[in-house]
Write a protein that binds this ligand. Structure first.
Ligand code: 2AM
Ligand code: CA
Length: 265
C-alpha cells in the first residue's frame, strides 16, 4: 500500500479508537496500578491496544508491533516495518476525566519513524506526518514556532512514575523557565510534542519516556521544522527509555549536565 494511503487508514483507525475514549464510562472501576508511582493502566488501554494491533497488522502484515502494554524486550524494531503504539497517552488524565489524552501511532522502517499520527479526541485534533512530506493538523500544514527561548512557553513531564527523577525534572525545568516566558504541564508527552510541532509552545522535555510515548510525536516535530534529541543533544532512538526534548528551531539546548549527574547514574 502507498504510504499516503496507509497514513489515511491509520488516521481512520486512530479516530475510531478516539471514539472509544470519548464514550468510556465507569473508568474508575477499571483502573489498575502498574509498577512505579502514578503509573496506571485501565481496561480501555488494553482494549484499544488490542484493536490497534489487529487493525494495524492487517494494513502491514508481518510488521513488528511495540505497544505500551507489551514487553519491550520481546520486540525487535530495528529491521523492516514496526508499529510503535501508545493506545492511551495521558492515562492518568483519562482516569480523572481531565480530557487531555490521545492515541499515538508511529510506523517505523528499520528503526526510524516514517509515519506518525497523534489523535486527541477531546479537541478533535489529529496531528500527522510522513517523513520528508511535512506535518499537518486536521489537513492544515503546521510549523514549529519562530520564537526564541526568552519568548517561549516551556512544557515538561515530571516523570512522576520515577521518584528519583521528580526533583531533577523541576531543577531542569527551572533552568529553562527562568529564561523563558512561562510554563504549562499537560500530562501527555505525545500531546506536548504536538504543541511544539504546531508552534503553540517552544520547548518540551521529560527525563524518561518510552518509545511509544514519543515515536509519533517526534516525527511530527521534525516534519514541522523543529528538533528532537535527548537532553544532551544526541539523536533519539526508538528502542529504549530515554530523556526526550523537542524544540522550536530558535531555541538552544541549555547545559544541564550538572543537574543530571547525580540523577541519571
Ligand atoms: P502514559 O499516560 O501513557 O502512561 C507523563 O509524565 C508522561 O509520561 C505521559 O506521556 C505518560 O504516558 C508517560 N509515562 C507514564 N509512565 C511512564 C513510565 N513508567 N515510563 C515512561 N513514561 C511514562
Ligand atoms: Ca504513554
Amino acid at each position: 500500500m502507498q504510504e499516503e494511503h496507509l497514513l489515511e487508514k491509520i488516521i481512520d483507525i486512530a479516530k475510531d479508537c478516539g471514539g472509544i475514549l470519548l464514550s468510556a464510562s465507569d473508568i474508575e472501576r477499571k483502573i489498575h496500578q502498574k509498577a512505579g508511582r502514578g503509573n496506571f493502566v485501565t481496561d480501555y488501554d488494553s482494549r484499544v491496544q488490542a484493536i490497534l494491533k489487529s487493525r494495524l497488522l492487517e494494513l502491514v502484515p508481518g510488521a513488528a508491533f511495540l505497544g505500551e502494554e507489551d514487553r519491550m524486550d520481546c520486540t525487535d524494531i530495528s529491521k523492516g516495518y514496526a508499529f510503535i503504539v501508545d493506545p492511551i497517552d495521558g492515562t492518568a488524565n483519562f482516569t480523572r476525566n481531565y480530557h487531555a489524552s490521545c492515541i499515538s501511532i508511529a510506523l517505523a522502517l528499520d528503526g526510524c519513524p516514517i509515519l506518525g499520527v497523534v489523535h486527541n479526541p477531546y479537541l478533535e485534533e489529529t496531528f500527522y506526518a510522513r517523513k520528508g512530506k511535512g506535518a499537518y493538523l486536521n489537513g492544515e500544514q503546521i510549523h514549529a514556532s519562530d520564537r526564541t527561548l526568552a519568548e517561549g512557553l516551556i512544557l515538561f513531564g515530571t516523570a512522576p512514575y520515577d521518584e528519583k527523577l521528580i526533583r531533577r525534572s523541576f531543577e531542569v525545568a527551572y533552568r529553562y523557565v527562568s529564561r523563558a516566558e512561562d510554563l504549562r504541564r499537560s500530562g501527555s508527552a505525545a500531546i506536548d510534542l504536538c504543541m511544539v510541532a504546531s508552534g503553540r509552545a517552544e520547548f518540551f522535555f521529560e527525563l524518561a519516556l518510552s518509545p511509544w510515548d514519543y515515536a509519533a510525536g517526534a516525527l511530527i516535530v521534525e516534519e514541522a521544522g523543529g528538533f528532537v534529541s535527548d537532553l544532551q543533544g544526541r539523536p533519539l532512538t526508538y528502542d529504549h527509555r530515554q530523556t526526550v526534548t523537542a524544540r522550536a528551531p530558535g531555541v538552544e539546548l541549555l547545559d544541564v549536565s550538572d543537574l543530571l549527574e547525580s540523577s541519571m547514574s
